[in-house]
Design a protein around this ligand. Structure first.
Ligand code: C2E
Ligand code: MG
Ligand code: MG
Ligand code: MG
Length: 291
């Protein structure tokens, strides 16, 4: 907490006009966290062959009293700059574990294999992070192998201290996913040092992947990257998730390329915990699990 404050002051010192808006947002975020204005929405991660839910990603939302729903694309960067991402991320982690444990208890381990909150690189630099993860798991009763931490690939992930934290989490049994895979600068070298279990193919490679235009180099390149990523993941023993699937043609194409798990509006939009519960209920009724 002290550190967050120190960072805040350092930031405020060199402040420019546009940064001032961010600073205001940063202050507002602190108030919002205390006032309980954040909530999580849940997006299914689905087996492309059967349509069954295999996992869920938790995504933060800010319900602002005047501005309404604020996108994480706006408030996560502000939270990272102000340091508030540490307490906010801690809340996301605890809430995801609590909710996932409740779903597991109600629907059983086959109905929902894992739950995935997003974790900011800033949180990995917090000295309490590993202890926070351990406590979130212990307090909720969620088994460590049911938790997948989504990290955006970044050069920063290669720092020695961060890699040590990632290996500690790995040893604890927690899984790590490389989010937005393919958009970073160091995919291959990073994968070798990083104890990842999952790579999430970025939406930008899924967009238009269904189009077959012999004259379109871009469409061909997307398919080539998607194929290369799944082959690399297979070779390294990693699972894959294709992100941002918006139609059935993309599902068919991704299946042909070797993907078996995906996520996107076509398979399910991010929804409230109540709506996600309803979807799990519906799945249980329509697709009885084989013992
Ligand atoms: P992400 O982790 O890659 O999450 C996927 C984003 O793509 C989500 O946007 C989701 O709603 C959106 N999405 C999913 N399927 C589709 C689709 O088929 N089409 C389109 N157009 N979009 C789709 P969202 O919820 O706005 O989150 C944006 C980003 O904000 C996330 O990207 C993640 O990097 C960050 N974020 C969200 N919640 C948290 C959080 O609790 N902590 C941290 N550190 N970052 C978060
Ligand atoms: Mg994510
Ligand atoms: Mg993603
Ligand atoms: Mg993303």
């Amino acid at each position: 907490k002290q550190r967050g404050k120190a960072n805040w002051v350092r930031f405020a010192a060199g402040m420019e006009k546009p940064a001032q808006a961010h600073a205001q947002l940063g202050g507002d975020l602190r108030r919002a966290l205390n006032a309980g204005e954040f909530k999580l929405v849940y997006q299914p991660i689905v087996d492309l062959r059967t349509g069954r839910i295999t996992g869920v990603e938790a995504l933060a939302r800010w319900i602002h009293p005047e501005r309404g729903m604020v996108s994480p694309a706006d408030f996560i960067p502000a939270a990272e700059r102000s340091g508030l991402i540490v307490p906010l991320g801690r809340w996301v982690l605890r809430e995801t574990c609590r909710q996932a444990a409740a779903w597991l208890e109600r629907f059983g381990p086959e109905a929902l294999e894992k739950a995935a909150p997003n974790v900011s690189i800033r949180q990995l630099h917090d000295p309490d992070f590993v202890a926070d993860v351990r406590a979130a798991l212990a307090d909720s009763g969620l088994p460590p192998n049911r938790l997948v931490l989504e990290l955006t690939e970044s050069a920063v992930l290669r720092g020695h201290q961060v890699l040590r934290v990632l290996h500690e989490l790995h040893e604890m049994g927690v899984r790590l996913a490389l989010d937005d895979f393919g958009t970073g600068e160091s995919s291959l070298s990073l994968l070798r040092a990083f104890p990842a279990a999952v790579v999430k193919l970025d939406k930008s490679f899924v967009d238009n992947i269904e189009l077959d235009e012999p004259d379109s180099a871009a469409a061909g390149a997307r398919q080539a990257v998607a194929r290369a990523v799944v082959q690399l993941a297979d070779a390294l023993g990693l699972a894959t998730v294709a992100e941002g699937i918006e139609n059935q043609e993309q599902v068919e194409r991704l299946l042909k390329l070797g993907y078996t798990v995906g996520q996107g509006y076509h398979l399910g939009r991010p929804v409230s915990s109540e709506e996600f519960t309803a979807r799990l209920l519906d799945q249980r009724q329509r697709v009885p699990l084989v013992a």
